[in-house]
Design a protein around this ligand. Structure first.
Ligand SMILES: NCc1[nH]cc(CCC(=O)O)c1CC(=O)O
Ligand SMILES: [Zn+2]
Ligand SMILES: [Zn+2]
Length: 384
């Protein structure tokens, strides 16, 4: 077949197909892309005479591969599904409390009595997993050692067993940290000079993780960023004989920065002095993040988490690369969530469109799990 007859044949097939498809043209967008297709086919014909390689020209025609909504969905390596989502919950020690968190649109701090009725419809819509953060509101609960973190009568441990009973198919992740429970608001136990005492912190945090695991958490997720905590928790899980039934998710690449503000409002966990820059990673520290990821894989992490998400897509991609055989979680944190809401409110973009676009970026970078405050919305949106 000569080149010009091939071109004719191609544009013929194109127009035949277009005629056949006209009846199920679904969106304006689709029709527009077909129109541009026509002009493309025309310019294709007119430049054909001077064209170089036939196979090169054929390979340059990409639109056909994504002109249909279903074909577009096939372009993504990973499709967002409900089972990839983990929803963060703030659990108050006031059982009947239900208070809107001003800096986190639509997110509430709830006591156990309010939590169950809130979750019931979400579980019915397909909610598969939550991550719990305990928030002690009662005055006098906080101390230098974060004693309340593993109080058997505290909000987290009581909520774990209640959720296990009420929602047997819900996978329960529990954040493990001391900052919500310490009087100074830091993520561990401090020396007199105000710096973290890593050994004491790791001993304490691994005890807290074991308490949550024994209470029935499917997964414990230490977010404190002390060195050696993954190994310490794994060893204690082995010692306790429960290592086979508890997932260990490491906040391996957790960066310091300004995106946790609304969370700290919600959890009352802002440090009373100083900052977290000596334990959370510096935003430019890509190599350091890689070392932390490799270290935590070697220490026995079952899942590696990167946090925040959208500002750290290269780190998610690194984590996927270094942890080829592990699930990779990305946490779209409170500041990212609040920012998307604020911009949508200011008319910068449509909220839903941005939520999907940002989440697709996170998946494209390599995440297989997404921790998202938008989970309730996704449970509706993913049905359509
Ligand atoms: N260490 C506790 C913790 N676990 C998760 C977040 C942040 C989550 C969010 O911003 O949504 C924080 C706050 C912090 O490190 O200060
Ligand atoms: Zn039910
Ligand atoms: Zn903390």
């Amino acid at each position: 077949m000569s080149f010009s007859s091939l071109v004719q044949d191609l544009s013929l097939r194109d127009s035949t197909r277009r005629r056949g498809e006209a009846s199920n043209a679904s969106t304006i967008d689709d029709r527009a892309s077909r129109t541009s297709h026509i002009s493309r086919a025309m310019s294709y014909t007119s430049t054909a005479a001077t064209s170089v390689s036939i196979s090169g020209d054929i390979a340059s025609q990409l639109h056909g591969g994504y002109c249909h909504p279903l074909a577009r969905s096939w372009q993504a390596e990973r499709q967002l599904t409900k089972s990839m989502l983990i929803y963060p919950l703030f659990i108050s020690d006031q059982d009947d409390e239900e208070v809107l968190i001003p800096s986190l649109p639509n997110q509430y701090r709830r006591g156990v009595n309010k939590l169950i009725p809130f979750l019931e419809p979400l579980v019915h819509k397909g909610l598969r997993s939550v991550i719990l953060f305990g928030v002690p509101m009662r005055p006098g609960t906080k101390d230098a050692l974060g004693t309340a973190a593993d109080d058997p009568e505290g909000p987290v441990i009581r909520t774990i067993s209640l959720l296990r009973q009420r929602f047997p198919h819900l996978y329960i992740v529990v954040d493990v940290c001391l900052c919500e429970y310490t009087s100074h608001g830091h993520c561990g136990i401090l020396r007199d000079d105000g710096s973290l005492n890593n050994q004491l912190s790791v001993d304490r945090i691994s005890d807290v993780a074991i308490a949550y695991a024994k209470a029935g958490a499917h997964c414990v997720a230490p977010s404190d960023m002390n060195d050696g905590r993954i190994r310490a928790i794994k060893l204690k899980l082995i010692e306790e004989g429960i290592v086979h039934s508890v997932t260990l998710m490491s906040y391996a690449a957790k960066f310091s920065g300004c995106l946790y503000g609304p969370f700290r409002d919600a959890a009352g966990s802002a440090p009373s002095f100083g900052d977290r820059r000596c334990y959370q990673l510096p935003p430019g520290g890509r190599g350091l993040a890689r070392r932390a990821i490799v270290r935590d894989i070697n220490e026995g992490a079952d899942i590696i988490m990167v946090k925040p998400a959208s500002q750290y897509l290269d780190i998610i991609s690194d984590a996927k690369d270094l942890g080829k055989d592990l699930p990779i979680a990305a946490y779209q944190v409170s500041g990212e969530f609040a920012m998307i809401h604020a911009a949508a409110k200011a008319g910068v973009f449509d909220l839903k469109a941005m939520v999907f676009e940002s989440t697709e970026g996170i998946l494209r970078a390599g995440a297989t799990i997404v921790i998202s405050y938008f989970t309730p919305e996704f449970l509706d949106w993913l049905d359509n």
